[in-house]
Design a protein around this ligand. Structure first.
Ligand code: GDP
Length: 299
């Protein structure tokens, strides 16, 4: 199965990789190569900061190591990218609190509900009992979709149409404690009726979770669509400023030309990437590995 996901990631990042690795297709290392690399990195949405860092570091290291051919230069870049991404590689740890309360945010369409479904399965496979909470009470479709995932995973769900999202979150944490669940996963809204402010709503949910359990939330995750590149990076900054993120789930890395987005995150707001989404199916959630990702990115 691991072979499978690596193949999938490679295929998915292929669009990014073909332009990046094309840079190293020639026979000599010259200024044109570095310029081409710079634009390929920018095209892959690595952002200005990571692009400059990577090309500068590559120049320096290539010089000091005496690298004299493009293939060796590409391998050097793979290891530089892997080192840059390394701080993002951190596991999601549960079990230090009962329950571990995980609040999940993300704009509509990012893949939040799907990722919660996948994460529920992942946790259940590790033997954890999970309680889901539908704190996106504004959209009937959101509640329905979450209860489909709850059924598929045979876990309980706290859901109440039209209720206050913070009240549902409070109830879920209380129920999670009373029922001795290992994890409470709280799904939040990705968009609100226009007169309301999403960040204020999410901050309120976080405050109320804290009231229900002084140590919670133990994790505040943001789900971002990897396919949106620089836009995803600005979402990370915005949500982190408002909520204090502890981790990310980056979805849709199974078919993107913007795989450089993780390099941008590593440079601009290095928040751990607990998981990456590589498909629509329940099992298509993988833990992030910096070295493997760097290899797939430049394969
Ligand atoms: P939400 O609005 O953030 O809750 O987004 P959804 O979970 O409903 O997902 C939006 C769309 O993205 C759906 O069609 C999902 O099947 C799809 N999706 C979610 N994650 C992935 C992924 O990792 N890869 C692919 N290819 N599609 C995904």
């Amino acid at each position: 199965e691991r072979q499978g996901w690596m193949a999938k990631l490679r295929a998915g990042l292929g669009k990014t990789a073909s332009s990046l690795s094309g840079v190293f297709g020639g026979s000599k290392i010259d200024e044109a190569l570095y310029e081409e690399l710079e634009s390929a990195l920018l095209m892959a949405d690595a952002g200005v900061s990571a692009t400059q860092f990577l090309t500068d570091t590559l120049r320096k290291k290539a010089k000091s190591a005496g690298v004299d051919n493009p293939v060796a230069l590409k391998n050097l870049l793979i290891s530089i990218v892997a080192d840059l991404l390394q701080p993002l590689q951190k596991p999601l740890v549960i079990g230090q609190h009962t329950p571990t309360v995980i609040m999940v945010a993300g704009v509509n369409g990012a893949g939040k509900t799907t990722s919660i479904g996948k994460l529920t399965r992942h946790l259940a496979e590790d033997g954890a009992s999970v309680l889901l909470a539908a704190a996106d009470t504004f959209r009937a479709a959101a509640r329905e979709q979450l209860s489909v995932w709850a059924d598929r995973n045979t876990v309980e769900i706290i859901s109440q149409a039209g209720a206050d999202p913070a009240a549902v979150s409070f109830d879920a944490v209380s129920a999670g404690k009373a029922r001795r669940k290992d994890v409470v996963l709280i799904d939040t809204a990705g968009r609100l009726p226009t007169q309301l402010h999403l960040m204020e709503e999410l901050k309120k949910i976080k405050r109320v979770i804290q009231k229900a359990d002084g140590t919670a939330p133990h994790e505040v995750l943001l789900v971002i669509d990897g396919n949106t590149g620089q836009n995803a990076v600005s979402q990370v900054k915005q949500f982190d400023d408002a909520l204090g993120l502890t981790g990310l789930i980056v979805t849709k890395l199974d078919g993107t030309a913007k795989g450089g987005v993780l390099a941008a995150i590593a440079r601009e707001r290095p928040i751990p990437v607990y998981f990456i989404g590589v498909g629509e199916q329940l099992n298509e959630l993988e833990t992030f590995n910096a070295r493997e990702f760097a290899q797939a990115l430049l394969a």
